[in-house]
Design a protein around this ligand. Structure first.
Ligand code: DGY
Length: 307
């Protein structure tokens, strides 16, 4: 039996039901281990999402019958991979198929933040638009500017390609330097200081987890040019929210576009009061095309693991 924690796109659910006996939990909001443990009888495969934290305690409490955990995400930081390996539980995830959708959302946030689009819409809806004027609601252009990408994996590289089309110069920071055919002229930095000092825009496209926890802290924010713009579609944990909120308040950071938060669905209240923060509800991969492809890929992985 396949235990599915959240509501799936209809086509994905239909295929799951054709291939497995399915128990759907349709959980919403905060996840608790008991949601799994209370419903685990007869289950040999689980399909979860990043909000469902499979830590060592939960993995160790799963019955031996559970052979595979598939996650409806490319990110894996919510699953204790060592604990799963020790139990012989296979893990599958959904890389590649959400690359374009997530890169498109990074670009959306970058343009929204640069052109103050969220704030402009709020003014208009509130009936406070005074009408067209040469000085009204000025933003910043992106053409000719530098974009720094933290994490030059598939999504970072797709964003780089889009940014080149906007006449931006791409810089990047990555665990290792890419081969020239992947780099496509992007400028690699071996250290954070030279990277951050070069940027007009910073996009975080790196995975979450311990390695990137609070990477963007007050010290690194201070290394960015005054007026820099920050975008994050990776994981909320990569940003020290107090430090970013303080920099958005002073204007050292002109604007931020955030799709991910450390403690979703909670949003640090400091952001909500800031007009220069564009805030989206973790919709990086939320296109019909990507979400169906993610579901199908997860089901492929589950089927292969059970075979
Ligand atoms: C992922 O795949 O890790 C995304 O954050 C979920 O859409």
């Amino acid at each position: 039996m396949l235990l599915i924690t959240r509501e799936m796109p209809p086509e994905v659910l239909a295929r799951a039901q054709a291939e497995h006996e399915v128990r759907e939990l349709r959980l919403q909001g905060r996840f608790e281990p008991r949601h799994i443990l209370d419903n685990i009888a007869g289950v040999n495969a689980i399909l979860c999402i990043p909000a469902d934290k499979f830590d060592a305690a939960l993995i160790n409490a799963l019955p031996d019958a559970v052979k595979v955990i598939g996650t409806f995400s490319v990110g894996l930081e919510h699953i204790d991979l060592d604990a799963a390996a020790a139990r012989g539980i296979k893990i599958c995830h959904t890389p590649d198929v959400l690359t374009t959708a997530t890169a498109e959302l990074s670009l959306t946030l970058m343009l929204m933040a640069a052109r103050r689009a969220g704030e402009g819409e709020r003014i208009l809806r509130a009936g406070q638009w005074p009408g067209l004027a040469p000085t009204f609601h000025l933003g910043r252009g992106v053409s000719g500017k530098t974009l720094g990408i933290l994490g030059m994996g598939r999504i970072g590289r797709a964003l780089a390609q889009m940014a080149r089309g906007l006449n931006m110069q791409v810089h990047y920071r990555n665990r290792t330097r890419l081969a020239p055919e992947l780099e496509q002229g992007a400028i690699y930095h071996e250290d954070d200081a030279s990277f951050l000092a070069a940027l007009d825009f910073l996009s975080i496209n790196a995975p979450g987890g311990k390695e990137t926890f609070h990477w963007l802290n007050a010290a690194r924010i201070a290394l960015l040019k005054p007026g820099a713009i920050i975008v994050n579609t990776g994981r909320g944990t990569t940003i020290d929210d107090d430090a970013l909120i303080a920099a958005l308040r002073t204007g050292h950071i002109a604007a931020a576009g955030l799709d991910v938060f450390a403690n979703e669905p909670e949003i640090p209240p400091g952001y909500l009061a800031l007009e220069n923060a564009v805030l989206l509800p973790h919709i990086g991969s939320a296109t019909i095309e990507a979400r169906n492809a993610m579901g199908f890929l997860a089901l492929d992985g589950i089927k292969a693991a059970l075979a």
